[in-house]
Ligand binder design. Structure first.
Ligand SMILES: *[C@@H]1O[C@H](CO)[C@@H](O)[C@H](O)[C@H]1NC(C)=O
Ligand SMILES: *[C@@H]1O[C@H](CO)[C@@H](O)[C@H](O)[C@H]1NC(C)=O
Ligand SMILES: *[C@@H]1O[C@H](CO)[C@@H](O)[C@H](O)[C@H]1NC(C)=O
Ligand SMILES: *[C@@H]1O[C@H](CO)[C@@H](O)[C@H](O)[C@H]1NC(C)=O
Length: 478
């Protein structure tokens, strides 16, 4: 055989193996609560999500960070935010910050395996220079916005446009609800996709983060919900569900669905004051209580052995990157914080993860959960857990329920300990009764703390002013 033939044969086998790689669709629902999905709460109308979840594997212990940017850092890099300086709050408009550029992102790993890579939706991992933005960090295309939140119809944040089609401002979508815009773009990409290549689509939807906005049709699906905010919010969840349905339908129409793996997760617990709900879990977004850190999450599709519908194993947001790389047939980097759980999840085996960090944030003003660790069944919280401490039912009064104002506490006190397996709703603080367990977890926490990179959370830079960029939030000022 000549060199040419060997090469041809090699390319042939390469194409065979890449043809077998699953398509991967990674859906992130922004601020969706634990109790905001139909498969947990029959008051919610999410038939498309419920079908995928109940025919797939529902995760009972898939943890996320208490906020957007930290969780997305973990999703993309497989690193804990406290190793990246990303652990304090969500990025604010105009900060000179992005996830360290020497971190490899999930789409970069998947590109090495031959994937076409697309992101549609919210980035929120920094954009002060182009190198920080999606098409410089492994995505072939980007359609969406850079900041934390914006108007669903005008696509403006703080009065300025934040909507982009790759690198260009997308000015002509004003008036169109983003769940439609994003679903339509995903459908278009699926229809145009060259099926000889595996597809990776990261869909971090705007839905269902504040502001509370939805076309009336979806709000009207919940006539029994008395509270206006909760009624609209519920409609937002149903619009998201319809968007998920449209994307899965497009995959079916294109013949791609059978070989697609779908991962769905919230980025943090539901934001209670913005009408999300995490009942019966304690707390919500901004907190390291379970209600802030257990994500509504499931997997569906290619490669999963359908032996069970629930998976109890411990999962952390840092694990999704290596898990998806494994599912794609690749080898995860050994140096990251995340572990591949692919073999465990797909076969229903115990998780190799036995501990994780909820947060380590020693920034001067603790706005969110400050410090916490899980080891086995136990969880240790040091100091301020975050803003809301209680257990909340979905709002259903004509008036919004009034919640307590957060009282910040500085430092590592009080110390609280819970057995999460026996007490997943965190009612029984065991710290006084079991000082040995407190000491054990604290020692482990101190080990992790030594590796902490201080939070990078500067004041907004006036150079970011969108008026310098034609009224559009734009990279180029750092
Ligand atoms: C990235 O650079 C920082 C600062 O130089 C270094 O501490 C860190 O180990 C690097 N991380 C990776 C993944 O290369
Ligand atoms: C917006 O403009 C782009 C580029 O000209 C075009 O491809 C797209 O279809 C337009 N979208 C709408 C909603 O008009
Ligand atoms: C889903 O697709 C249908 C049919 O094309 C369309 O009418 C609807 O607006 C789409 N919904 C979303 C959320 O994209
Ligand atoms: C909300 O309250 C109304 C009136 O009391 C009741 O009919 C309805 O079932 C409640 N809905 C939920 C979701 O609890």
């Amino acid at each position: 055989m000549g060199l040419q033939q060997i090469l041809a044969l090699f390319l042939f086998f390469l194409s065979l193996s890449s043809a077998q790689r699953p398509n991967i669709v990674f859906i992130v629902a922004d601020d969706l609560g634990w109790n905001d999905v139909g498969f947990r709460n029959p008051d919610m109308k999410t038939p498309n999500i419920d079908k995928l979840a109940t025919e797939g594997i529902i995760f009972e212990n898939a943890y996320v960070q208490p906020l957007c940017s930290p969780s997305r850092t973990a999703f993309m890099s497989g690193m804990y935010p406290f190793h990246a300086g990303m652990q304090h709050m969500a990025l604010n408009h105009g900060q000179n910050v992005c996830v360290p550029l020497n971190y490899t992102f999930l789409p970069q790993e998947l590109k090495k395996l031959g994937y076409a890579t697309h992101i549609i939706g919210k980035w929120h991992l920094g954009f002060c220079k182009w190198e920080c933005t999606p098409t410089y960090r492994g995505f072939d295309t980007f359609f969406g916005y850079y900041n934390a939140a914006e108007d669903y119809f005008t696509h403006t944040a703080g009065g300025y446009l934040d909507f982009r089609d790759n690198k260009l401002p997308a000015r002509n979508y004003s008036g169109e609800y983003s769940a439609f815009t994003f679903a339509q773009r995903a459908v278009d990409i699926i229809h145009r996709h060259d099926v000889s290549q595996p597809l990776f689509m990261y869909l971090p939807y705007q839905s269902v983060h504040a502001p509370i906005e939805v076309p009336k049709k979806y709000e009207d699906m919940y006539p029994n919900v008395m509270n206006e905010g909760r009624r609209k919010y519920s409609g937002m969840v149903s619009a998201l569900d319809e968007a998920v349905g449209n994307v899965t339908q497009a995959l079916k129409d294109r013949g791609l669905f059978e070989n697609t793996l779908i991962l769905f997760t919230a980025d943090n617990g539901g934001h209670i004051q913005a009408y999300s709900n995490n009942w019966p879990l304690r707390g919500g977004k901004f907190t390291i209580w379970e209600g802030g850190t257990k994500g509504a999450s499931f997997m569906y599709g290619a490669g999963l052995q359908k032996t069970r519908t629930r998976y109890d194993g411990m999962i952390h947001a840092v694990d999704w990157k290596p898990t998806l790389v494994s599912a794609a047939g690749g080898t995860p980097e050994p140096t990251i914080d995340g572990m591949s759980l692919w073999n465990s999840i797909r076969n229903g085996l115990p998780s190799p993860r036995t501990e994780f960090i909820y947060n380590i944030d020693y920034f001067e003003i603790p706005m969110e959960g400050h410090a916490g660790i899980r080891v086995g069944d136990y969880k240790l919280i040091l100091g301020y857990p975050g803003e809301l401490d209680g257990w909340y039912r979905p709002m259903n009064g004509t008036q919004d329920d009034i919640y307590e104002e957060p009282v910040y506490i500085k430092g590592d006190e009080p110390v609280q300990l819970f057995n999460i397996r026996e007490d997943p709703t965190e009612h029984n603080d065991l710290a006084q009764k079991t000082p040995d367990m407190v000491a054990k977890l604290r020692a482990r926490f101190e080990e992790y703390k030594k590796t902490m990179v201080p939070a990078n959370y500067p004041n907004p830079d006036p150079a970011s002013d969108p008026r310098k960029y034609g009224g559009v939030w734009s990279p180029g000022w750092c």
